[in-house]
Design a protein around this ligand. Structure first.
Ligand SMILES: [Zn+2]
Length: 429
């Protein structure tokens, strides 16, 4: 199947960050031509005159199945928030997780995200729902100490079972998760990391989200979480540490040396008022790969990566009294090519180049909020003026999953009609 997307503004995100006017040709799963006018025949023609073609967004930290829990734990302190979420989580059925995941995937498709990194239990249920939605899930089964979880059996073993079941599945990358040092002892952390090393799986974990978590850990171990995780050998190139807000320069340096990535979650941090701001300029200087994520729908409460881009840029600038930090091009890099590096797929996704998977989105260049639109202001418009609903059409690994705003892979109305009942059952108790 050959698809020709014609006459678009192509924000390639290639090594030179070129913006070109022309055609993008997809053959099967991959991009085969970028720029020159395509004179061959195509099975599918898309006229993208005046529109923007750019790489699909990569959300490197979320809990997609929580999408059915919107507005249930707002305006609470962090301990109260965790308490309530853990209680609701322990009651959830596979069907609730399936519907929650599909609602989250539809929101991500609608707002231009083609790959997400998830941290949760029951990732087998989430994987099946994600496959039906047609986007890519890097799904990290959450490991924590056996006596601190409602998961049946040993979480590390559950993670291993999930990995062996879903390894090699199309658009699913099974990974290893760690909830955080507050519920993961040394044995759990080391076992999870050893398994990740053994099978080459990506890892997602919560790191230094709150000041309390750092103080408690220091009291218990004499070390800050970043120092301790470095000391016991958890950090490494496949690790993506979410939040990473309360860190010292020494921790940032240790993280840089390990070749790891972070996933900043600015909206979640601001909403929970945890105070810390991820030290992004210092991460870049230390060689840490910077990406970002929305976190779950309970703390954001949206999975729109366009909203997250703008929030990230504004929080960094505002908190540092410096409008020069996190420039628009850098922020778009975090959302695309750096996200691809974080999940270990920089050779396959994150930019529009021949040979890469066709993970791309078409933005409406006729939307008033995006005009005037020229190559000179295109990146700024995407980052500061755009929103997720500017996304018209979405491809993931060559499959068209949304066309002109219509999701093609899931029965949207049937899924959304279930959502209020699930919310009432889970949350009104
Ligand atoms: Zn999280």
């Amino acid at each position: 199947m050959i698809t020709a997307i014609r006459n678009a503004w192509i924000v390639t995100q290639d090594a030179s960050r070129r913006i070109i006017k022309g055609d993008v040709v997809i053959d099967g799963e991959k991009i085969v031509s970028v720029g020159p006018e395509y004179n061959g025949t195509a099975d599918r023609e898309i006229d993208a005159t005046g529109d923007i073609v750019m790489p699909g967004m990569i959300n490197t930290h979320t809990h997609v199945a929580m999408s059915v829990m919107k507005g249930v734990v707002d305006d609470l302190t962090f301990p109260d928030f965790l308490d309530k979420v853990f209680k609701i989580d322990s009651d959830r059925t596979d069907k609730d997780l399936d519907i929650g995941t599909k609602i989250g995937c539809m929101e991500m498709i609608r707002s231009g995200t083609t790959t997400f990194m998830d941290l949760y239990y029951s990732e087998d249920v989430i994987a099946k729902a994600t496959q039906q939605a047609g986007i890519r899930g890097v799904l990290c089964w959450c490991c924590l100490d056996e006596d601190k979880t409602t998961q049946k059996g040993n979480p590390v073993q559950n993670c291993k079972n999930f990995h062996s079941k879903f390894k090699g599945e199309r658009k699913i990358v099974p990974g290893v998760g760690l909830q955080g040092v507050y519920v993961c002892n040394e044995e759990t952390c080391v076992q999870a990391k050893e398994f990740s090393d053994e099978v080459g799986a990506p890892m997602n974990l919560h790191l230094s989200e709150t000041r309390g978590e750092v103080a408690d850990h220091k009291k218990q171990t004499g070390m800050r979480p970043g120092e301790w995780l470095s000391e016991i050998g958890v950090f490494g190139p496949r690790v993506v540490a979410a939040h990473s807000a309360w860190l010292t320069k020494r921790e940032v340096m240790l993280m840089g040396k390990s070749g790891m990535s972070i996933s900043s979650c600015p909206v979640s941090n601001m909403k929970l008022a945890t105070g810390g701001v991820a030290p992004i300029p210092e991460f870049i200087e230390a060689g840490v790969i910077v990406s970002f994520g929305t976190d779950g729908n309970t703390t954001n409460n949206t999975l729109d990566m366009f909203a997250e881009m703008k929030s990230l840029a504004l929080l960094q600038k505002s908190s540092r009294w410096d409008p020069l930090v996190c420039k628009a091009q850098q922020v778009l890099d975090f959302a695309t090519i750096n996200g691809a590096k974080a999940v270990g797929m920089q050779d396959k996704i994150g930019s529009i180049e021949p040979g890469k998977y066709a993970d791309l989105i078409i933005l409406d260049g006729k939307a008033p909020n995006m005009r005037p639109l020229l190559p000179e202001n295109m990146i700024a418009n995407i980052v500061y003026s755009g929103n997720g609903l500017n996304t018209k059409t979405v491809f993931c690994q060559g499959d068209m999953v949304m066309q002109d705003g219509n999701i093609l892979t899931l029965d949207k109305d049937a899924i959304l009609d279930r959502s209020e009942d699930i919310w009432k059952t889970l949350c009104l108790r």
